[in-house]
Design a protein around this ligand. Structure first.
Ligand SMILES: Cc1ncc(COP(=O)(O)O)c(C=O)c1O
Length: 388
């Protein structure tokens, strides 16, 4: 049996006729950049998330970049974020000449640890933003983060690239704090047919500024009082996303069901003492969609050997992320060293992403669980309660 990490063809097949018709409408209209499809997507995301303003842009990365530009973040400023995230989160800060300051993660949620954030805030001058990342589809501890942000008078910008549709007791991911962003990269829970992204914010003036910067700072036509960029969203991407958005909640439900099946399977195989299974920190709050499982991440002893074993068994897996950002070559100048963020470093060494997508079949999940069980039985680890 083959179990891919993700198979987007299975999502596309039942929607193909509708999607091609929507694309044809755009091509017939020849309104190819921004326009009514993008306006409709922005309105739909505002309604879906409760965000005050949503501005469609060319990618999740560009969403962050244009937001930081609109906030005037640059040389002399510091921005605090997690060292255990996709590169873009820190890359955008560096591109604008601001200083990245990392704070370690919570080992259970993989999201920024409020205590580490507090330490970073107390030691860093000129902090202009805190960027929690809602990694893998589960929100960071926004309540604690907001308390610290208020105390230090610093805005919170949510990297919700992986978390559209994820709920937290304080609101919808990406629409809780002053501003945030989503990625519609094809592998995200709501994926475009290429790159696309969205900025969200509460403040109308900030939204207007982002709209201006999205189009080279132009306002009115061919007059520029600020320098922006080309961060415009294509109409074809917006048309595809408009069509897919109504399915997002049922796809999320499918992901959660697969996650529950993994969890039950690992428990019944006696692997819950060996593997670290994903935690659901906001489950008690009763909010639905408190984890939307953009990824199903386990902590696995002998991770690299397990991964090779799974590859042999035709099971896809991935390591998100093998090297924490503070140890990346391009951030060497920040002066961080191995050992500075032990939880992020441990997560990078131990975590493994397993196949998860709504169309994944029950017997495929069972196959993955059985192969993992076999791996630990061969190694004599199963049932011995070794979490490392
Ligand atoms: C946490 C995080 N931040 C930012 C991004 C950047 O989004 P995009 O790929 O749309 O530029 C991603 C996408 O992979 C992400 O996972």
């Amino acid at each position: 049996m083959r179990v891919p990490l993700l198979d987007l063809k299975l999502q596309y097949a039942p929607l193909k006729a509708e999607i091609l018709a929507a694309i044809e409408q755009v091509t017939d209209s020849q309104q190819l950049v921004l326009g009514p499809q993008v306006d409709a997507l922005e309105a739909a995301i505002e309604a879906y998330t409760g965000a005050g303003h949503a501005i469609g842009v060319s990618s999740g990365t560009d969403a962050q970049l244009v937001l930081l530009m609109a906030l005037g973040i640059g040389p002399g400023d510091a921005v605090i974020t997690s060292p255990y995230t996709f590169f873009a989160t820190a890359g955008c800060v560096q591109r604008l000449g601001a200083r990245i300051v990392f704070a370690d993660i919570d080992p259970l949620t993989f999201n920024i640890c409020p205590t580490a954030l507090k330490n970073a805030l107390s030691q860093t001058p000129n902090v202009k933003a805190i960027i929690p990342v809602h990694l893998f589809g589960c929100c960071a501890d926004m309540e604690a983060i907001q308390v610290l942000a208020t105390q230090y008078g610093v805005p919170v910008l949510e990297d919700a690239a992986q978390a559209l549709g994820c709920a937290h007791p304080l609101g919808s991911a990406g629409a809780i704090a002053q501003a945030g962003w989503y990625s519609f990269y094809p592998t995200k829970n709501l994926g475009a047919f290429g790159d696309a992204g969205m900025v969200t914010c509460r403040d109308a003036d900030l939204a207007a500024k982002i709209r201006q910067l999205r189009n080279h700072g132009m306002e009115p036509r061919y007059y520029h009082n600020v320098v922006g960029g080309n961060f415009r969203l294509d109409a074809i991407q917006a048309a595809v996303l408009n069509l897919k958005l109504p399915h997002l909640d049922s796809w999320g439900q499918g992901r959660r069901e697969r996650a529950a099946q993994y969890r039950d399977g690992f428990v019944s195989e006696g692997l819950d003492g060996i593997l670290g299974l994903p935690t659901e920190p906001w489950a008690q709050s009763g909010v639905p969609n408190h984890h939307i499982y953009n990824q199903f991440i386990i902590r696995a002893p002998h991770r690299d050997a397990l991964r090779s074993f799974l590859t042999q068994a035709d099971i896809g897996s991935e390591i998100y992320y093998p090297l924490p950002l503070h140890l990346q070559e391009c951030f060497k100048h920040l002066g961080y060293r191995a050992g500075d963020f032990p939880e992020a470093e441990l997560a990078a060494q131990k975590t493994l992403a397993l196949p998860i997508f709504p169309e994944l079949k029950e017997h495929q999940v069972e196959y993955v669980v059985n192969r993992i069980s076999e791996f630990y039985k061969i190694g004599g680890l199963a049932g011995k309660n070794r979490a490392q």
